[in-house]
Ligand binder design. Structure first.
Ligand code: NAD
Length: 341
């Protein structure tokens, strides 16, 4: 039996990154059958929308998708395809592991964090209006018990399945006593069901400072949408930036795996973008499919190739103009060869 996977090349550097990642995943020997679905800027003229229904149908049929970044057109009236995808498919959990990769230049050595961000509500519900045009506006922050319970439970289940020791709930309940207060209260309640996993909470501003000073003290973090967005980028920065940060959007029935970074249009088609984040997102997909051994092989191969520092893209070289840097394709081929060996 093979796994049918929706493959969304995306915009900008997306197509070359997704191509590179799919070669690495195929090298594991896990039988994967790709169903390519174009979405994003390139399809707007033809289909009138960057996210045609056929893309959603394909993911609903196959259960999983590997996705390249998609450009959010500015000023066209289309909402972000990425937000629309998450909302339409109920992908309530955004999972972003941030782990030190030896060989990637960073200020920190031993970071191993997993950020679990609520993906559906909070200020991202998009309920905004002008109270007095051009003078005062309001944006409504929505926090509910079911969504909070679901995301905190996801974080604890993830911790248990992956041998993690601690979950930290992040909030600002000292100021937003009702909304963040509810999130914290629900987190404390759910934590009681998992006596084998330690639990603590942190106020978000303090959390940011602690992560910068002593990230090694933290393990799995669970956050409402907006704090999750910000803190997960901070965590990516601790391990070397967006080029190496994978992500997953997971719901009850469907899941979409994609790098944290965007479509970096200025590098499109130049074979220079770092494929690591997309390849590691593919490894998260293999784990999700239950192909844990293959996922570990991919992750190990990435770490080895980066650690050796030879077949890596220019952003991973000590100087950006290093002539020994290789392209996206060549780096992925080196990783694929290591996966096969
Ligand atoms: P970006 O992540 O595309 O680029 C920011 C910088 O990060 C780049 O200039 C580059 O220096 C670096 N970078 C990004 N990807 C890299 C890679 N693979 N290898 C090496 N360096 C890399 O962010 P942006 O410029 O703010 O956004 C561009 C477009 O992407 C926007 O339209 C935005 O809406 C969209 N976007 C999409 C997603 C998504 O599809 N999930 C996420 C973020 C941004």
């Amino acid at each position: 039996m093979s796994y049918r996977v929706t493959l969304i090349p995306g915009d900008g550097t997306g197509p070359e990154l997704v191509e590179a990642a799919s070669r690495v995943l195929e090298a594991t020997g896990v039988p994967l059958e790709w169903e390519v679905q174009e979405a994003g800027e390139g399809v707007i003229a033809r289909e009138g929308t960057p996210l045609p229904e056929r893309v959603l149908d394909s993911i609903r049929r196959n259960g999983v998708a590997l996705k390249g970044p998609i450009t959010t057109p500015v000023g066209t009236g289309f909402r972000s395809v990425n937000v629309a995808l998450r909302q339409s498919l109920g992908l309530y959990a955004n999972l972003r592991p941030a782990r030190t990769i030896p060989g990637v230049r960073t200020r920190y050595e031993q970071v191993d964090l997993v950020i679990v961000r609520e993906n559906m509500e909070d200020l991202y519900a998009g309920i905004e209006h002008e109270v007095i045009p051009d003078v005062a506006c309001e944006s409504i922050k929505v926090i509910t018990r079911p969504a909070s319970e679901r995301i905190v439970r996801f974080a604890f289940e993830y911790a248990r399945r992956n041998g993690r020791r601690k979950v930290t709930a992040v909030h600002k309940a000292n100021i937003m006593k009702l909304t963040d207060g509810l999130f914290l209260k629900v987190a404390q309640e759910v934590a009681r069901e998992y006596p084998d996993i330690a639990f603590e909470d942190r106020i978000v501003d303090n959390m940011c400072m602690q992560l910068v000073q002593k990230p090694e003290l933290y393990d799995v973090l669970v956050l409402p949408n907006l704090y999750g967005d910000i803190v997960s980028d901070l965590a990516s920065g601790l391990v070397g930036g967006l080029g190496v940060a994978p992500g997953a959007n997971i719901g009850e029935r469907w899941a979409v795996f994609e790098p944290v970074h965007g479509s970096a249009p200025k590098y499109a088609g130049q074979n220079v973008a770092n494929p690591t984040a997309t390849i590691l997102s593919g490894a998260l997909m293999l784990r999700h499919l239950g192909e844990v051994e293959a996922a570990e092989r991919v992750e190990r191969a990435v770490r080895e190739v980066i650690g050796e520092g030879r077949y890596v893209t220019r952003d991973l070289k000590p100087a950006p103009d290093d002539p020994s840097a290789v392209g996206t394709r060549e780096m992925a081929e080196a990783i694929a060869a290591r996966v096969r060996s």
